[in-house]
Design a protein around this ligand. Structure first.
Ligand SMILES: Cc1ncc(COP(=O)(O)O)c(C=O)c1O
Length: 370
């Protein structure tokens, strides 16, 4: 049988090994203050990369989401609006604050939050909105921020999948109060586990730095409710190496995505991912829709691809409002999110995929769909 082409794979070489080894040999693995030397360098470089004033490194994208909601003052009894069609961490962070996630539907072409549905979901209790840049395609952040301003809502952009994306020429986070990033092993760049928050707001940045290390500012005194959400030095060393290589990773993802689009554009049953004018996709996931299919037919197509060694994967098979834990917050139907969860699947475009493999992936899909 053919070796599986995985949906994503960390791109690690001697550079990461060398930088991580240096940390191990130094004997300095972390700092209680939160920003030890490599962490501080990684924050500086990342802030520069996304044109943000501040970057605060943490130990996961989930931690980033939880902390930003806390920093925005989200309390129990508040409501936070988010799309249902995303990774569960987006909603989890809201629930961890004791607040109520209010799920809204998506636009079927982009899979991102539907702006009209967002507007309609705003209530007296709404405190924040979390637009997600799903699969690496930015949400319509300028419009979202405008609506949010009218209603005094904090905008927390979930950019966990969007390293290297842009919108109206600006990186994710530019139109938000805070942006949350993930460096999980599958992401466009990785630290194994890890995350980052970027913001232009000094007060948020100060609160986040304090909160990430038990609400302390150096001495053993807590000024606010905190966590241990610190990034260790080993992760930051990896992050520095990965950030150097990110432009090359992104180019390869884009090249692979473009080639897939060329090869698949005439397959009638498939709706291919779009990159609207003014948007730059990060190509974290190349997600297609099997038009008119139901769940069983889509799952069968994915199974057939996997049999051929193509690591096709469904993101996400269950919208969050239908998950057993989250049903307590939602007794409503979100037709576009539900339909997408039955029809989409993603194909490998990560930097380790060769053009020859891309040709094979396209040919396999054409065969399966036929
Ligand atoms: C959209 C989205 N939000 C949040 C997260 C959470 O990030 P992490 O896995 O680093 O906690 C992820 C990634 O896993 C994600 O894809």
């Amino acid at each position: 049988m053919r070796k599986m082409i995985p949906i994503n794979a960390p791109q690690i070489d001697e550079r990461e090994i060398e930088m991580v080894t240096k940390v191990l040999k130094s004997g300095f693995l972390t700092s209680r203050v939160g920003s030890s030397s490599r962490v501080a360098s990684f924050e500086q470089d990342y802030a520069r990369f996304v044109e943000a004033k501040h970057a605060v490194a943490v130990n996961s994208g989930t931690a980033a989401l939880h902390m930003t909601l806390s920093a925005a003052g989200v309390m129990p009894s508040d409501e936070v609006i988010l799309p249902s069609f995303t990774f569960v961490a987006t909603a989890e962070a809201v629930a961890l604050c004791g607040a109520k996630p209010v799920f809204v539907d998506i636009t079927p072409q982009t899979y991102n939050i539907d702006l009209e549905k967002f507007r309609k979901a705003i209530s007296d209790k709404t405190k924040a909105v979390i637009p997600v840049d799903l699969y690496g395609l930015p949400a319509d952040m300028q419009t979202i921020s405008k609506i949010a301003k009218e209603h005094n809502l904090a905008v927390i952009e979930d950019a966990a999948q969007a390293h290297g994306a842009s919108y109206r020429g600006k990186p994710p986070g530019y139109f938000a109060d805070m942006a949350c990033w993930s460096f999980y092993a599958s992401k466009n760049m990785t630290t194994g586990e890890g995350g980052m928050i970027t913001t232009n707001n000094d007060e948020y940045a100060d609160a986040l730095r304090c909160m990430r290390t038990h609400g302390e500012k150096g001495e053993y005194v807590s000024y606010m409710l905190g966590h241990n959400y610190r990034m260790p030095e080993i992760a930051a060393a990896m992050g520095l190496a990965q950030l150097e290589k990110l432009p090359t990773f992104l180019e390869k993802r884009r090249r692979n995505a473009q080639r897939l689009t060329e090869k698949l554009s005439r397959v009638e049953r498939l709706t291919l991912p779009m990159e609207p004018r003014g948007y730059k996709h990060s190509w974290y996931l190349y997600t297609v829709r099997l038009q008119g299919s139901d769940r069983a037919e889509r799952d069968k197509a994915v199974e057939e691809l996997r049999k051929r060694g193509v690591g096709a994967t469904v993101y996400y098979g269950t919208p969050i409002h239908l998950m057993p834990y989250y049903r307590q917050f939602a007794q409503y139907s979100l037709p576009e999110a539900e339909k997408a969860s039955e029809q989409v699947f993603s194909l490998p475009v990560h930097p380790g995929v060769t053009l020859q493999e891309i040709n094979y992936i396209a040919a396999s899909l054409i065969e399966v769909v036929r």
